[in-house]
Design a binder for this molecule. Sequence first.
Ligand code: GRG
Length: 298
Amino acid sequence: MNFDEEFQKRKAEAEEIVCRYLPDEKEVPGKLTEAMNYSMLAGGKRIRPVLMLESYRMCGGDAAVVEPFMAAIEMIHTHSLVHDDLPAIDDDEFRRGKKTTHAAFGAALGVLAGDALLNYAYETAMTAFDCCQDPAKVARALRVLAQKTGIGGMLGGQSVDVENEKNGVFQLERKTIDYIYVNKTAALLEAPLMIGAILAGADEKTVSAMQEIGHRAGLAFQIADDVLDVTSTLEELGKPIGSDEKNNKTTYVTLMGVEGAREEAERLTREAVELLASMDGEHEFLKELLLFMADRRK
Ligand code: GRG
């Protein structure tokens, strides 16, 4: 399989679906919806909606009920990036080579556009009730979406991360790092895999296997991000990998070195792929996507 070609195809498909659910800028006065759409159209990889559609199809789903959820998960992901970039958190001026939302529209609109994306995600996901045969599946999918995004998921992990950083606590224990990564990053990758399976009517065993796959792939994804942070900085400085001066924040790279972190991401991905291989349904592309998520040197 040519992964890049297949990924571009699926990304375009997800993009088309997500864009159908963006708010109409003419319906709301002011710049709020413009700022929301600016951030949604700023060039993300669309990994989460792609994962959801793959899981849904793998579990036998073939209806439109998954589409509002695909848009919702991308809105929640985008909300997290918009807020993460704010002056009160990371204060980043650029993301994906473009001005961040607060840099382009001002800090107040950055806060509001992030809030509005989180709220609009649920407004959008709830439209799935209008086109579904089985409202119980939609209700369960909504519950997973809320839980994985909330205090027992992304927001819980992010707050521990931010609190430590703002208090100048950079040396973290492995269990704290794992708590942050599992919640801040992996929860939002577990959610699309689980929601795809739930909406397709998969059994409990399949839904929990999807959760396990998302958990491992999500950790591997964040560890790959740690590796990428160090290797891309060293590349920019023209220094060989391995010559990393320790940055003062604990990551998997500071815990186990670049090669150790790569090996850990590979181990977690291997487990995710083995679990996937034990399941029914066509999953060749999903397997390749899990491998890509753990090794973004490609
Ligand atoms: C709720 C403020 C708030 C934050 C939640 C997601 C998050 C926590 C913060 C964003 C910053 C960050 C480094 C998150 C870790 C997960 C991660 C590597 C996100 C990037 O995901 P990609 O690569 O993003 O899918 P694109 O740019 O492709 O959309």
